[in-house]
Design a protein around this ligand. Sequence first.
Ligand code: NAP
Length: 272
Amino acid sequence: MSKTIFITGASTGIGRAAAELFAAKGWNVAATMRNPEGSKGYNDQSRVRTYRLDVTDRVSIEAAVEDAIRDFGRIDAVLNNAGYGAVGIFEASTPEQVRRQFETNVYGTMQVIQALLPHFRGSREGTIINVTSVGGKVTFPLYSLYHGSKWALEGFSESLHYELKPLGINVKIIEPGVIKTDFYSRSEDFINSGELPEYQDYVKVVRSSMQSAGANGVAPEAVAASIYKAATDRSNRLRYAVGSPAPWLLPLRKLLPERWFFAIVRANVEKK
Ligand SMILES: NC(=O)c1ccc[n+]([C@@H]2O[C@H](COP(=O)([O-])OP(=O)(O)OC[C@H]3O[C@@H](n4cnc5c(N)ncnc54)[C@H](OP(=O)(O)O)[C@@H]3O)[C@@H](O)[C@H]2O)c1
């Protein structure tokens, strides 16, 4: 019997690439997204069903989980991928922007996991794959809210992996580097204010280097391949860093004294 993966944020980028890859490997895919009406068709349409799910809307999560279990019989893995970056000047952010960042990236993931746990617990197996980021372990300027959310997700996921292991449920963390997706354009919530001139030179320099990194990022298919590995390698490995700079920057963060590491970040993102 084919296995089934439940994916959040499957409309574009990493989520979509994962949906295509799992379907190509013979899995059923419950591809969830905020606007299924607007989604492009998948290569292997016979294996993919789309469902409406907004991770900030608990009713939509419960409905999508129930419908997917009814349609496919069971769910073997969940990919918590939906997320975006609130990027810019922290002082300029509104309470709504702060709340939405955490409601999407952190509480959204938690709500999806809670909706699926009774199912996984009942079958005494299941794999939870959370997409964090290289930015869940290291930081760059102007990403304070995003990093806050992804660092939270890292700690949450790591602790959860102990608790669920005795129930036969695995937790996996995917840490992408810079990936060429809508993350740096359509999906970004850019936070700035004309009333804060003191920040503007810095914002201009850092934003331009981050945007150009995004434009030269790694293809989302590379992340999809790591997600597939995490879902199928049957190992106890928790973390999968994928896409430059994640696989070398994360070890460097552990090796170098903090101020050397910060100097490297500055030299790379604060250059004019
Ligand atoms: N790109 C990178 O460099 C990078 C690096 C590290 C980690 N990541 C992480 O990778 C994940 C996927 O991002 P991506 O790079 O593939 O960017 P993307 O193409 O912008 O995809 C983001 C996806 O999240 C969905 N989403 C946003 N808010 C949602 C909500 N409230 N409910 C349900 N879905 C929601 C979007 O849906 P809509 O189509 O409806 O907007 C879209 O499907 C994110 O968690 C991101 O933080 C990305």
